[in-house]
Design a protein around this ligand. Structure first.
Ligand code: AHR
Length: 506
């Protein structure tokens, strides 16, 4: 089936800036994410930079991931950072309570900072509020950021790091409504106020403090935490929220539940598309709440610091490992469009988790590594970062009927303008599994724009994925720009296309 549309892009109708931080990541001591996804040790036969695997560094560095959140997740509220610094042989082995695996603390603060340096990302640390103390968190801030001569900074220097790391982003607790202590919102807010008071003082005004917000659907948690923070909301720079797709499946089809990574039906695929709209609703409601509680010139933003696909077969027993198909890629691209449209109040998003766990960018097996379709979406969307959103209106965008009485537009689109490079970037997701679309693209500003670059990610089957033996099964292709002036482009079913335009004449 082919359908014709007209895509009108309006460079003069400008919206908010697309924060580069929307393209951030999350890693946790869970399954094979850190060991051996990142850390293999100095004596490994796998090529490494003082213990950190080189193949993974080189793949992640290409994505210029703005921020990496660490060490958890649920792990964060059991983690004692002092266990992970100093002479490796003397670091204690601990039981990783949530994920039921041993933790030898080989990868600690200095190794994480080294990893961030290698891939050129900024660190975001999650403090232990539930089982740690205020002193422990303040000492961590001091270890990472202080230039004063103290016992704690002496440790850092002895560990080989004269210069402070200047960590800007600090979370206080993780999912404290659940794995982080099953707190009631007011109790969490009281604790947050105590921690934030002292951490803020140690950190200084440049640091950013992030409070634990809700899991999807639980707006009451957000509201009650914010209400309990009244008159002290200056202690909170961001409220973090979490959204995993599986909750949508549980909600709309409790009897059928979630699907598997490779074993999913057409209905599951369309539910996945519907879950993007449901995620947007929650983000927008959370934005509404923090806006209402922002005052005295202090704006609170939202950070979605865990999101992505989480399939039924990703469980504790297999270290939350799952494959990653073209469906994951389409879900990611459509989600990025949503994030672009949420405005500047949505400051950062961190997909869970970069390597070998949940919606990973990278999978490893021994010394082998493969990049997933999700990795390619991160890479294809890089030109959007820090641009200005511009309006796009589609004439005749077909309605895509989704399960459970939902619907959306078949083409999901984001257009952004990069003033310094004089470029327009348009990304288009055809979310249909069977309808191809032909589009005339009109850049509506009276200037002459031509396509200089066009790339596409698609595959024959929505279940297609990359394996160690077939690493490029789902891989972006460069599309020749035969007739760049014509601006007629086809968007095949289940595809993601990115287009760059340049202006030739005024
Ligand atoms: O990402 C896996 C887990 O999901 C995290 O540890 C936790 O924060 C969330 O429930």
């Amino acid at each position: 089936m082919v359908h014709n549309v007209k895509l009108n892009v309006f460079p003069a109708v400008k919206g908010s800036r697309v924060s580069k931080y929307l393209y951030s990541q999350f890693i946790e001591h869970i399954g094979r994410c850190v060991y051996p996804g990142i850390w293999v040790g100095k004596n490994s036969r796998i090529d490494n930079y003082e213990g950190i695997r080189k193949d993974v560094v080189s793949a992640l560095k290409k994505l210029k991931i703005p921020v990496i959140r660490w060490p958890g997740g649920c792990f964060a509220d059991t983690y004692h950072w002092m266990d992970g610094v100093g002479v490796p042989e003397k670091r204690p082995a601990r039981y990783n309570h949530w994920w039921n695996q041993p933790e030898n603390n080989a990868f600690g603060t200095d190794e994480f900072m080294k990893f961030c340096g290698l891939i050129e990302s900024k660190p975001y640390l999650a403090c232990n509020l539930a089982t740690g103390s205020i002193k422990e968190s303040c000492d961590w801030v001091e270890y990472c950021n202080s230039t004063q001569k103290t016992e704690i900074t002496r440790m850092r220097i002895e560990n080989g790091h004269e210069e402070p790391y200047n960590v800007q982003f600090w979370g206080i607790g993780n999912e404290n409504w659940g794995c982080g202590g099953n707190f009631v919102p007011e109790y969490y807010a009281d604790n947050y106020r105590r921690f934030a008071t002292f951490i803020r003082k140690t950190l200084g005004e440049q640091g950013r403090l992030i409070a634990c917000g809700a899991n999807v659907d639980d707006l009451e948690w957000n509201e009650r935490v914010l209400a309990a923070m009244r008159k002290r909301t200056r202690l909170m720079d961001y409220l973090s929220i979490h959204v995993y797709h599986r909750r949508y499946f549980w909600k709309v089809q409790p009897e059928r539940g979630n699907c598997n990574d490779l074993d999913f039906t057409e209905q599951d695929y369309y539910n996945m598309i519907a879950s993007v709209g449901w995620m947007e609703e929650f983000i927008q409601s959370s934005i509404g709440l923090v806006t209402a509680y922002s005052h005295y010139g202090h704006q609170i933003g939202i950070i979605l610091d865990e999101w992505g696909t989480w399939y039924k077969n990703a469980v504790n027993e297999n270290g939350m490992y799952q494959q990653n198909t073209l469906m994951d890629a389409i879900y990611t691209a459509a989600s990025f469009h949503t994030f672009h449209h949420c405005g500047e109040k949505l400051f950062m998003t961190n997909m869970a988790q970069a390597i070998n766990v949940l919606q990973a960018l990278i999978l490893t097996k021994g010394d082998r590594m493969v990049t997933t379709p999700t990795y390619h979406i991160f890479e294809m969307f890089m030109p959007h970062r820090d641009n200005t959103n511009i309006a796009t209106v589609v004439d005749n965008n077909p309605e895509l009927i989704l399960p459970h009485g939902k619907s959306t537009e078949m083409l999901s689109i984001s257009s952004t303008f990069n003033e310094s490079r004089g470029e327009l970037h348009v990304s288009v997701v055809n979310q249909s599994l069977d309808t191809n679309i032909e589009a005339d693209i009109d850049i509506c500003d009276g200037k002459k724009w031509v396509i200089v670059n066009m790339r596409r990610l698609t595959s024959d089957d929505i279940h297609d994925h990359n394996t160690f033996d077939e690493p490029e099964k789902v891989f972006p292709m460069d599309l020749g720009v035969d007739n760049p002036v014509l601006n007629r482009v086809s968007f095949p079913s289940k595809s993601v296309t990115t287009i760059t335009f340049k202006c030739t004449k005024k």
